[in-house]
Design a protein around this ligand. Sequence first.
Ligand SMILES: [Zn+2]
Length: 149
Amino acid sequence: MTDQPPICPCGRTTELRDGAHVYGRPDLAFKHFWCCEPCDMRVGCHPGTTTPLGQLAGPKVRALRMEAHALLDPLWKTAEKWYTSPPLPASRIKSIRSIARRRVYRWLALQLGATTEEIHIAGSDEATCRAIIQALQNVDYGRIRKEVH
Ligand SMILES: [Zn+2]
């Protein structure tokens, strides 16, 4: 079942494209995007669905979303460095990162006065992206780990 296509601010109905088309990468063919190609507006979909992650975005907001991810992702992807006595086994690193990811999103939701379910960088508008980027300035996982349990 395909969701209703979002309508672009220009009035056109968006069209469903895959990641191979959008990014020219066959390995991303499993991803879905609603696109208004004349406006260069698009939004990705929740995994395995055609349900939009959020609002359509042009290049400016997409760049802000990438900036937000570039600040957020390393927080949990390097979380194991906050744990003593390396080297840790791969399975332990995986579980530390998975816990850290949930904790980072919970922390971010608290900063934004939102719920964790409401934090979707890939669907965020410009104001939300800017708030996320602002919140993630000068924070490290050590602090997040102390502030969110
Ligand atoms: Zn359009």
